[in-house]
Design a protein around this ligand. Sequence first.
Ligand code: SAM
Ligand code: SF4
Ligand code: SF4
Length: 337
Amino acid sequence: MALTITDERARPLRDLRISVTDRCNFRCTYCMPKEVFGRDFHFLPLAQILTFEEIARLARIFVSLGVEKIRITGGEPLVRREIERLVAMLAAIPGLRDLTLTTNGSLLAQKAAALRSAGLTRITVSLDSLDDTVFRAMNDVDFPVARVLAGIDAAAAAGLEPVKINVVVKRGVNEHTIADMVRHFRGTSHIIRFIEYMDVGATNGWRLDDVVPAAEILRLISAAVPLVAVQPNYPGEVARRYGFADGPGEIGIIASVTQPFCGDCTRARLSSDGSLYTCLFANRGHDVRALLRAGRPDDEIAAFLTRMWKARADRYSEIRSEATLGDRKVEMSHIGG
Ligand code: SAM
Ligand code: SF4
Ligand code: SF4
């Protein structure tokens, strides 16, 4: 039986999100706007990024502290060379119950089968619209919808079902296309989750007016496809579930802004350069790489992680206010969603 360590608000450490790179081949306007992440932007040099061996060692220590679920993210995780080798290393960790990965889907058609054979069990693909013009403008590198759809098909064919599809909804940009997404994926095993646009990082120029609240997302979809609320799969599930009123299938809505869920937040995040963040909105991380590279033993690293988790009191989304909006926060592409 794994250990349970709890933070200052009695939340256990259960999930770990590992960012394997701060680089991405997209420039989604809400995440890595081109004006900031342009040609002269300095991404982390390779020497500062954790090796797969370092990541796997830390993951094993996290699992010994109670982590049951690991999500590989980024940046774009599939741009990291031989990512399937890391998947295989993580899949082999005893006690890990769930290993998943979040991707923009651009390289998934080539990679899905290799990821599955390496031991990946689930996948989330981000896709903000099926309208090609809207999607190309949101990824801001003119990437076509068709290639992401091919990636989703490849994932399903490889057995990574059900594929979860993340849609960030931004006012005036894609909310007019969300009902169409529901109609399109209805009848497949895929599950769409609509996400309120969040004020992560300091570069996306977030304004509350740009958020389409969950209640409005629900109204927009229900007007086209009638929905009924469904019980959560487990206590503390982040997405609120809605089933189709007239047949099988469901969607989810993640209301991080209007209905925050900090009380159930059991997630730690590891940046690609080996810092631990205890909140998506943290302004600083705790350097674990220094311990790894100084040759410190596992029990010392475990004690460090335990201390950091026990001191955790984060609940940013619950206390988000005009006062906190101006604070400096880590970028989403640095620590992953
Ligand atoms: N590149 C991968 C991808 O896009 O799926 C993984 C990393 S990305 C940072 C993880 C998730 O965060 C994606 O689903 C993305 O849509 C979401 N995301 C990024 N910026 C966001 C924001 N400002 N508000 C809400 N979700 C955001
Ligand atoms: Fe890249 Fe994902 Fe951020 Fe888009 S959301 S810029 S795909 S890291
Ligand atoms: Fe967890 Fe921080 Fe998000 Fe709250 S704001 S749910 S503590 S990551």
